[in-house]
Design a protein around this ligand. Structure first.
Ligand code: NAP
Length: 274
């Protein structure tokens, strides 16, 4: 593709960004749809200055990642309903200098879970009380899931459960817990902690749906153990790709080539795991 002054520039801002797979995913999507766009990664410490650049340079849209998802909200012109309820923004659109924030993480989680099971009415345990747990919890609650937040920090866990009007259980006291769907929304199990499991194996029961939002490694220990126990598994790549598809459609107005985006991410991950 030839880039010129009519090309649209998109970016991810975070610190660090060296491992992000968003450029691989979005640039492949631009390529196959013929959309004249390019997506770049910027390691950014000062998000206020980064947004100044977005306005100055006419960058058409951006992904926002750790550690800027909350602070960035202060510098936007508008925040959509879901992102403001979650309290974090991971996607920005730039409409002639007016910046609007969205959150695609929870939508990605809901979509990837919906490919494997019905959410409405199900008992869903979400482990973690950070930004991703907040986004996932909000979107599955909105879909009619009966959420229990499980975390090691009672203050954060109870606060999230309160915000979601959900139940709370401390991570070290989940004996007797029964759920239809279990979601790991902590970094436990992420490379290099490949042997890490957020809960013991005995809680993985045949027929349960187990989702891990960690996607590096592709199959975390939690997912391997869940598969052995006869659970249905949902990996973090699926959520990552669906949240990216939401961004792509918001920015371009074109239907996202989800399968091709997923292939690009899987190929990059497989290459990394070699
Ligand atoms: P975060 O805001 O830092 O929250 C992390 C949460 O995990 C906190 O509740 C933290 O508890 C808990 N936690 C951390 N280590 C733990 C441990 N050893 N045992 C129990 N709980 C632990 O991070 P985040 O933004 O929510 O991201 C969480 C994970 O999701 C990351 O690995 C991220 O890469 C992944 N993620 C994936 C996608 C995707 O598309 N697949 C999207 C977003 C995020 P404390 O508060 O007590 O530390």
């Amino acid at each position: 593709m030839i880039f010129d002054s009519n090309s649209s520039v998109y970016a991810v801002f975070g610190d660090p960004v060296s491992h992000t797979l968003s450029p691989v995913m979005h640039n492949r999507a631009f390529e196959v749809t013929g959309f004249k766009g390019i997506y770049l990664a910027f390691g950014v410490k000062n998000i206020k200055n980064a947004l100044f650049s977005v306005r100055t340079l006419g960058i058409k849209g951006a992904s926002i990642t750790i550690p800027h998802k909350i602070e960035v909200m202060k510098y936007l012109d508008e925040v959509d309903y879901i992102a403001s309820k979650i309290g974090a923004v991971n996607t920005i659109t730039n409409n002639g200098g007016s910046l609007k924030g969205y959150n695609s993480d929870g939508l990605g989680a809901k979509k990837s879970l919906s490919e494997k099971t019905v959410i409405k009415g199900k008992k869903i345990a979400v482990i973690g009380a950070g930004g991703a747990a907040r986004a996932v919890g909000f979107c599955i609650k909105k879909e009619g899931g009966r959420v229990t937040v499980i975390s090691r920090d009672p203050d954060k866990g109870k606060r999230l459960a309160g915000d979601l009007t959900a139940d709370y259980r401390p991570l070290n006291d989940i004996g007797g817990m029964r759920c239809d769907i279990l979601i790991n929304a902590t970094p436990v199990g992420m490379t290099p902690d490949n042997d890490g499991m957020p809960i013991e194996r005995k809680y993985l029961v045949k027929g349960m749906v187990v989702m891990d939002i960690v996607y590096n490694p592709l199959k975390t220990r939690l997912l391997s153990e869940a598969e052995k126990a006869g659970c249905i598994i949902v990996d973090g790549v699926s959520m990552f790709v669906h949240q990216g598809a939401f961004q792509f459609e918001l920015w371009t107005g074109i239907k996202a080539p989800v399968d091709i985006m997923k292939r690009a991410v899987l190929d990059a991950l497989i290459e990394r795991e070699k």
